[in-house]
Design a protein. Structure first.
Length: 48
């Protein structure tokens, strides 16, 4: 699921870079994917 967010953010960064709002949306998707990966790693460590 986080790969989908990462792909959407990279797609928006590469193809919509001339519009500032799309850059903000893609950065938000990127932060969301990073947070999802971090939360899964932390939950694996907590319940180990």
């Amino acid at each position: 699921m986080k790969i989908i967010f990462l792909f959407i953010s990279m797609f928006m960064l590469f193809f919509k870079w001339h519009r500032f709002i799309f850059i903000l949306i893609s950065l938000e998707f990127l932060m969301l994917s990073l947070f999802l990966s971090l939360s899964t790693a932390l939950s694996e460590m907590m319940f180990f």
